[in-house]
Design a protein around this ligand. Structure first.
Ligand code: H2U
Ligand code: ZN
Length: 350
């Protein structure tokens, strides 16, 4: 037996942001695959769909009519998971039956009036309008009474349970800090107290030197496959400057965020030449009025596809019962994404 190395031997990697571990089995990436490899018809969608509840002028499920909007459009979710008028309270019967009230505000953001577009196909100047809405909403919701955390996200593709292909995202804001950001808050605080610098700032510096997991970059942001990625093509966008939230970004940085959002999602679409599904979202400091110098703005992308336009990674079996596991290494995934063309495949074909 050779000495241990992470290119050849099964190992666990630590996610320092969550404290969780992932099992990596690099030797298995070499095993034969007998599943189907096919490319579904990638329909070109019309710019307007009379049956779409997000298109301008159409009616929504709750009976409201959308305005004749251009660019972005924000509305309160007609089926909000959180309500602003939930009374405060707790239920506790010993330690085994505990519950506490949760209140909040949920919004839906249409990214464009054009039903047929997606982020990688939008102009950077139009994506920047989405970033501007994120800023406005983060400021407004974050300043609202009883909002401790604002979660901005995009759920894309039917395979991710997204109900509508019209380009859109959501914001759920809540009175307490949800589970994932709460984990990251704790780890970043511990790191900052120990080292006097942000965890992600130091991590990014090391990744820029190693150059093993970088995907795309611009002047203000870097997209990479994190060392601890669990999904096959999971990535993170990290700001070069440590900022607590998007309100601290300069105009140039906001343009750069729009630019890297586009660049990364073009890589994704080019991977299997299909509109690439994912759940993505910003992680930033809580809005409970405290100061969070340890928080470093970033965006996670969790895409499920593994081997082709239709073959996804299932987080089942061992993953559900024991821990997440992956075969293709984060380094292999980063190299594949990095080596793809920077021009969208639909543009190259036409
Ligand atoms: P997805 O992003 O997962 O597709 O969800 C879309 C959201 O849009 C979903 O939370 C809301 C749903 O409650 N929605 C409305 O607010 N109004 C509608 O008319 C339909 C869907
Ligand atoms: Zn539409």
């Amino acid at each position: 037996m050779d000495t241990f190395n992470i290119e050849d031997y099964p190992h666990q990697r630590l996610n320092p942001l969550t404290g969780d571990w992932v099992l990596v089995s690099p030797h298995r990436a070499k095993r034969p695959w007998q599943g189907q490899i096919e490319k579904p018809a990638d329909h070109n969608r019309p710019s307007f769909d009379p049956t779409c509840y997000l298109c301008p002028r159409n009616g929504r499920a709750g009976g409201k009519i959308n305005p004749d909007y251009k660019g972005t459009f924000v509305f309160t979710n007609d089926f909000s998971a959180l309500l602003s008028d939930t009374p405060y309270g707790e239920v506790s019967e010993g330690g085994l039956f505990r519950a506490k009230s949760e209140s909040g505000i949920c919004k839906v953001i249409c990214f464009s009036e054009n039903h047929g577009l997606t982020i990688p196909e939008m102009k950077v100047s139009d994506i920047q309008k989405v970033v501007d809405v994120w800023c406005d909403q983060f400021a407004e919701l974050g300043a609202s009474k009883n909002i401790g955390y604002v979660q901005i996200f995009e759920n894309k593709g039917a395979i991710m349970g997204c109900s509508n292909p019209h380009p859109h995202g959501q914001i759920w804001s809540s009175s307490s800090i949800p589970v994932e950001p709460a984990k990251e808050s704790k780890t970043q605080k511990a790191y900052f107290e120990k080292n006097g610098s942000t965890l992600l700032g130091d991590y990014l510096k090391a990744e820029l030197e190693k150059k093993e997991r970088l995907v795309v970059q611009n002047n203000h942001f870097v997209a990479l496959v994190p060392f601890w990625a669990t999904w096959p093509f999971e990535t993170m966008i990290i700001s070069r400057r440590a900022v607590q939230n998007i309100l601290e970004l300069t105009n140039d940085e906001k343009t750069a965020l729009a630019d890297i959002y586009k660049k990364l999602t073009i890589k994704y679409d080019n991977l299997f030449e299909v509109s690439f599904a994912y759940s993505a979202g910003l992680h930033q400091a809580p809005t409970d009025g405290k100061n969070y110098p340890e928080w470093h703005l970033h965006m996670h992308f969790y895409p499920p596809l593994l081997r082709s336009a239709t073959v996804k990674k299932f987080m089942v079996g061992y993953e559900m019962l024991a821990m997440p596991q992956r075969d293709i290494t984060p380094e292999q995934a980063a190299k594949r994404l990095c080596d793809l063309p920077d021009i969208h495949y639909k543009k190259r074909e036409s």
